[in-house]
Design a protein around this ligand. Structure first.
Ligand code: FE2
Length: 309
């Protein structure tokens, strides 16, 4: 029988030293979190009898993850980003805050400072031959009143499931725009229907998912930040209805209320009206923003993000 170590007085003293509890410098909050995490890891190693080989494989794994910048991909894959959303929902509920459009995960592929366009935008640069999609709607407050001038910051993948900036073959800010809603809170954009996508097949995130017997696929979706002075910053996505991974998203982002109907228009007059010669798709979706008086729960604005030079 191997002697249990993790919860002995000696080991508790050791973890106190490790996490800086025995000095008066540093950051108390960081110390508290590190103390808890190290304690939990020691217990995990002991309870599950983690071997040195397994332990060093995990260390190598973190190095691999950092080298290819996939920490932000593993995070939703392990449900942590969705868990953060559920915690914020629970806090809203406890505070009696009525939510507008449901929040859901941001993911790692946002790029700041996309071109700002008033009212109506075209997101695609015309090189992707995917189905044309018109999406429009109104940004409203919780009482249904339009929010004039709200900023709808939208980004999505192309038909190969790739995002501009990260996919260097696409033009700068392709499929990314910030749209300023008009005086009636209305926004509108033309783009192409995105495809779903998966984790890089040879990357560390997919490697772990394989070990869990899980796929790394996401259903087709469109990301949004919606913001306006006096309202809480909303981070959300809408899903393209009918996708085979709609309720089997490796990142757990699909939520009720975020799956608008996609209408296929093949009427000749409507096609002509849009200046097209092929059928197209349409989505109508209104956003509802929560007042900023509850902005203590704003979850998304302090995150480090890339900016295209
Ligand atoms: Fe995405």
């Amino acid at each position: 029988m191997v002697k249990k170590l993790a919860n002995t007085d000696e080991m508790k003293k050791f973890i106190n030293i490790v996490s800086g509890m025995t000095n008066d410098k540093g950051n108390p909050r960081v110390k508290k979190i590190v103390h808890r995490v190290v304690t939990d890891l020691f217990n995990t190693i002991e309870d599950l009898d983690v071997t040195p080989d397994e332990f060093w494989a995990a260390v190598d794994y973190f190095n691999d993850l950092g080298q290819v910048m996939e920490a932000g991909l593993l995070t939703p894959g392990l449900g942590l980003e969705h868990f953060i959303d559920l915690r914020l929902d629970a806090k809203d509920e406890a505070a009696g805050v009525t939510q507008g459009t449901p929040r859901t995960i941001e993911g790692p592929l946002y790029v700041a400072n996309a071109p700002l366009v008033k009212g109506t935008a075209r997101l695609d640069d015309g090189t992707d031959t995917g189905d044309v999609l018109f999406m429009s709607g109104v940004v409203r407050d919780l009482g249904g009143k339009p929010v004039a001038g709200a900023i709808v910051d939208v980004w999505h993948a192309n038909t190969k499931g790739l995002y501009s900036f990260f996919d260097k073959t696409q033009s700068k800010y392709n499929l990314r725009r910030r749209i300023e809603a008009d005086a009636n809170g209305r926004y509108e954009f033309r783009t192409i229907v995105p495809a779903g996508y998966g984790c890089p097949p040879d990357g560390p995130t997919q490697r772990l998912l394989n070990a869990l017997g899980r796929h790394g696929q996401r259903p087709a979706h469109i990301h949004f930040f919606v913001s306006a002075p006096g309202y809480r910053h909303l981070t959300t996505q809408i899903n393209i209805a009918g996708d085979k991974f709609l309720y089997d998203d490796f990142a757990f982002a699909t939520r009720e209320g975020l799956i608008p109907e996609i209408v296929h228009q093949s009427d000749a007059n409507k096609i002509k009206e849009k200046g097209l010669n092929t059928p197209f798709d349409e989505i109508e979706f209104d956003f509802a923003l929560t007042p900023a008086s509850t902005a203590a729960l704003d979850d998304t604005v302090h995150r480090r993000r890339v900016e295209a030079a």
